[in-house]
Design a protein around this ligand. Structure first.
Ligand code: G3I
Length: 303
């Protein structure tokens, strides 16, 4: 096959990208995105600050622009993200305790309800664990509402849309040896044992010199999958753009049946949150396929 989406489809997987609403008028961008990818994540437009700028007043204009572009072009959509310490609107940043808990629940009901039946998978909770060696939860206003905030978020999302897969999404949980990975693993195991609704784990997979790709990535994917959840690679980018590292990531996903798809976090290097000099994506700033693109395509094609 000659596109990422078609090549991934051969094994029943998807290949996705993050899309920014402000770039939907850039024909080079939309041409590449439409040709190569069949799963779409809004890079910012379905986040809390975008969808509920004022408390109780929802705004889906940019989220819907991305959703409609995706569906009109035959693609599915991952929802990103419902409960997160970052990109909270100012009003939410001021909340604590019971009031914040209610606001979180209301936010999830509002956003998941708006897209009910339309989303392949929601990143229900994003980045709730601390970096470093503690394995602790990240200190945030959401965490301070009580340790059960994550499962409340998942139960709320399940009730609001029983058909969407519900994911926990984080970075630095790709290296099996890290305490953060083990902490998330233990949470997912606990949720499965207690019947808390969770369907998938998103490995963001932002690789750089501080958190490089490690070959134990495959063990991480296999271990989460063995708990009875899908694994999705949700925000892949690799600083420096190593073709062989990209191929390793793809091959590790292909090795695990429950690794259901891969999303790269942007189309061209110039679209990356890391800046174009990071050379972290599959297309250069002129829209040309990079060596990393060819490595990914070949891996998806089985060789
Ligand atoms: O839209 C405003 C614009 O009006 C303003 O002029 C400009 C000036 O700074 O800022 C623009 O907003 C920026 C927004 O991206 C859109 O470009 C924000 O400042 C900037 O903070 C925001 O960054 C996003 C970041 O999440 C915020 O946390 C990145 O685009 C986005 O790629 C990044 O994505 C995250 C995932 O959601 C979660 N995992 C990590 C990943 C990378 O950080």
């Amino acid at each position: 096959e000659s596109t990422l989406a078609a090549a991934a489809e051969q094994t029943g997987r998807y290949f996705g990208t993050a899309i920014a609403a402000g770039k939907l008028g850039d024909s080079q961008y939309t041409t590449i995105a439409n040709r190569e990818f069949n799963m779409i994540t809004a890079e910012n437009e379905m986040k809390i600050d975008a969808t509920e700028p004022n408390r109780g007043q929802f705004n889906f204009s940019n989220g819907d622009r991305i959703y409609n572009w995706a569906v009109q072009n035959g693609k599915r959509v991952r929802g990103h993200t419902l409960a997160w310490h970052n990109q909270q609107p100012y009003w939410m940043q001021q909340l604590e305790g019971y009031d914040l808990r209610q606001a979180m629940i209301n936010h999830i009901n509002g956003v998941v309800g708006h897209y009910k039946g339309k989303i392949y998978a929601w990143d229900v909770v994003n980045e709730a664990f601390d970096d470093g060696n503690s394995g602790a939860r990240r200190n945030s206003n959401l965490q301070r509402t009580g340790n059960d905030w994550i499962e409340v978020a998942f139960r709320t999302a399940r009730a609001a849309d029983p058909d969407a897969k519900l994911c926990y999404n984080d970075y630095n949980i790709d290296n099996w040896n890290w305490a953060k990975t083990q902490a998330v693993y233990n949470m997912v195991r606990d949720f499965k044992s207690r019947g808390v609704p969770i369907d998938c784990v998103g490995l963001q997979s932002h690789f750089n010199s501080n958190s490089p790709y490690n070959p134990n990535y495959r063990t991480t994917i296999q271990s989460f999958a063995a708990l009875g959840v899908d694994v999705q690679i949700t925000e892949l980018d690799i600083q420096g753009g190593s073709a062989s590292t990209y191929a390793s990531v793809v091959n590790d996903c292909l090795a695990v049946p429950r690794c259901t798809g891969i999303t790269v976090w942007g189309v061209r290097d110039t679209d990356s949150w890391l800046g174009s000099q990071a050379s972290a994506l599959l297309f250069d700033g002129n829209g040309n396929k990079k060596a990393a693109y060819t490595a990914v395509l070949n891996a998806l094609n089985g060789g």
